[in-house]
Write a protein that binds this ligand. Sequence first.
Ligand SMILES: *Cc1c(COP(=O)(O)O)cnc(C)c1O
Length: 508
Amino acid sequence: MLTENAIETNRNCIPSNPRFFVHFTLAGGINMDYISTRGGCPAVDSAQAVLSGLAPDGGLYMPKVFPAFDWKACLVGTSQQMSTAILSALLPDIPRMETLVRRAYTGKFETEDLTPTVAVGPFQVLELFRGPTSAFKDVALSMLPQLLTAAKEEKGITKEIRILTATSGDTGKAALVGFQDVPGVSIQVFYPQGGVSQVQRAQMVTQEGGNVSVCAVEGNFDDAQTGVKQIFTAFQGKELPFLLSSANSINIGRLAPQIMYYFRCYADLLNRKVIALGDPVDFCVPTGNFGDILAGYFAKKLGLPVGRLICASNANNVLTEFLTTGRYDRRRPLHKTTSPSMDILVSSNLERLLYLLSGDQALVASLMEDLSQKGYYQVPEELLGAIQKEFGAGCCDDETAKATIGKVYKEQGYLMDPHTACAWAVAETHRGNAPMVVLSTASPYKFSSAVLSAIGGDVSGSEFERMDRLQALTGVPIPANLRSLRGKPELHTDVIPKEQMPEYVLGR
Ligand SMILES: *Cc1c(COP(=O)(O)O)cnc(C)c1O
């Protein structure tokens, strides 16, 4: 099947003439195999990989080979053209990619370049929070619904897809906005009652859309997440009026859209003459589930001259330890920090890296078995060496993050959130010869308490009062989507015990 704008081509022959670039979409029918990192199930095509999310053997889907890709041609496009080229190459069985990308992003972000890069002191800051909910997850969750519905159509599936998501704050709202009124899909978000911030709650409970529902669960985030997982298990193989799916970052359709901003950033540095074509650029990434940083490694596999990728963690430094010693040990307490989106013990997407750098599915399967049975695994020396050639790591506690926000604001006049501050602090200890890009994953206004206290402001009052105070103090404007929350009607006020979650899902 050919797409509207398809030109005769195959994936080994990508036009490098930029004039062709706009019209270049790989058509469906060019098969690219996706295989499980654990090797326990057959290969599928890219549309099926997006539909399935997790592979049936519990592994994650990966392209069997990375496609040939003209990365230089990709650098001359707009951000949407970059996305189209990258996603067409990686997900060739999903047709009309250009249209999907347009629907996902046009008019939704603060700027049409989607993810601007700004020079701040010694670093470049790649701002990923200019989307509809002021969270970096917007980049992926704006695109995933388009990929999912197109994959569904490609496979001739007519049943509704029901997205279930448990959220500790940011993912829920970004997913709600991404899926709002997308035909053939509905979404239900569960959040822990009293476990999200006032602004995060307001973001979710005011969500409009005929296909969305939001419900508080009595309990903490783990209760909500366990509830969702149990629903997936309990409903498996049952005849339901919908197909269950999730919006979490194990889906290749959520990971792939994140590659674009590494290209965008590289092109911006090129245009600003910070680098010449081919020069390496290092990236320091505030990391939780390892999706953001892995997208940087995918960009490198597609040819982009990515130098070192530095993995920044907070006090939950399981990844720092792993990248230093080769031992991954989840048997430790989870610390609550001022950068909650990085409070994580098991980084699911790391499994993809283990596969990519070892090429050994049996090894990955046995490491994951160790993690689940014993709570830890140790990678072979050779694999650790391969990982350390590409990745650095460091961690930053709350106190250092706070001091970093204060220092950078005082010295550079730049305001950042605690997640970004972790990456900044780690970047300072990893400076090499290449320019260093710090990825910024949240608006400072999503964490106004921590940010205010870091710059010496008064933290009393409601979160909305703190946002106002932060704006008055710094002159940095409150993002429109957050400012407009105040006074919006609350549309979703259900609160249920976690035992009632299955009924709740079936009843809607
Ligand atoms: C999700 C998130 C992260 C972590 O990204 P991963 O892809 O899970 O590593 C970092 N910062 C913020 C603000 C986030 O929302």
